[in-house]
Design a binder for this molecule. Sequence first.
Ligand code: NDP
Length: 332
Amino acid sequence: MTKRALITGISGQDGAYLAKSLLAKGYEVHGTSRDRETTNFWRLERLGVRGNVTIHSMSITELHSVLHVLKLVQPDEVYNLAGQSSVSLSFEQPLETMTSNVIGTLNLLESMRFFGSRGRLYNAASSESFGDVGGVPAVIGTPFAPRSPYAVAKATAFWEVANYREAYGLHACSGVLFNHESPLRSPRFVTRKIVAAACRIAAGSGETLHLGNIDVQRDWGWAEEYVEAMWRMMQQPEPRDYVIATGVQSSLRDFVREAFACVGLDWQDHVHTDPALFRPSDIASSVGDPRVAHEELGWKATMFMPDVVREMVRHEQAMLAGEEGAPGMPES
Ligand code: NDP
């Protein structure tokens, strides 16, 4: 029988890759967006799957809206990817961040409980909740020490899922994913900003790239590989939470160096670091331990930071050159 999946936040980076991956696995794919009439589904279009998914307007912060869509779709698997996902924006919009991630996840859990759903739930948790790990790869069980409104919201949603799994026997799990990038990353994220600037400068824009703290260390992987991990988690007979990461951390400075080197430039000639752009509280070191995911899900990252940067630059350059099929159209 064809399985039916519902992806909240299908217009985002992960939503688009997940939709493509589930369609290839034979799923009937439904997705939600806050307003399907006005949202720009450029990522789904770029991946060539816009016409193969059914999109519903849903406000994840409104219980009735969530109940309505779940009743209509009756999914076998729900992937909860919707919510304000930017750490920096969360300092400016803490309520929106909290509501969309915390109340949104709770509404899905409550709706599934209300319907006595036998479906499964995947929740997009975040490595940001671990805070600064001091170079020690985080595992499930590493204490959360969130340092941004976004990280607090994601930590709360993580425990909501764990609570509903334990209290009501819901087949619900959280994937605590470390940073994962792609050409479909929103231009508001620093990785895409760096890659786009390096490519423009190489094409002669003459601009200077302004960045905040480039000494922070992150564990960067490739988004397409990470959505495969989401699906594998959902196929487990017993639900449990997993850390998904490459296991390798690199500094933002190295990311910048790599991006400019890919276009034949020395980053130091084009980048200015500005303390005014530092976050109120930042994480110096963030790295995850993917061994349990490898042992239990058979999942392992094959793309590491230099590969990620190289692929992002290749796609960005193709887009600048106006090549057919190049992803990376800016947000509307
Ligand atoms: P995106 O920001 O690309 O997509 C998230 C989607 O959620 C958007 O397309 C939007 O859909 C919806 N959304 C955005 N803001 C709100 C809001 N205030 N209220 C309700 N819905 C909103 O995120 P990614 O695809 O990169 O990530 C998917 C999920 O995984 C997110 O929850 C993110 O926090 C989490 N995550 C991501 C990581 C990463 O490195 N990418 C790492 C760890 C966790 P629309 O406008 O159509 O409603």
